[in-house]
Ligand binder design. Structure first.
Ligand SMILES: [Zn+2]
Length: 63
């Protein structure tokens, strides 16, 4: 079913409209971004990589 997804624009704080399921656009400033799930995936991946690097650093630096 068609669902109008709305989220907050990080650029101007305006209300972004999901024209498509995986695409958001801010009508106020024209800011565009792909789906939040992709962003969350990137964040999760970054957290995993960052956590791994931190753990490696911890193991390398402790005596
Ligand atoms: Zn905006």
């Amino acid at each position: 079913m068609p669902e109008e997804v709305k989220t907050i624009c990080p650029n101007c704080g305006g209300r972004m409209v999901g024209a498509e399921a995986e695409y958001y656009r801010c009508p106020s400033c024209g800011y565009e971004r792909k789906s939040a799930t992709l962003d969350l995936g990137s964040l999760a991946l970054g957290a995993i990589v960052g956590g791994g690097a931190a753990a490696l650093w911890f193991l390398l630096t402790r005596e």
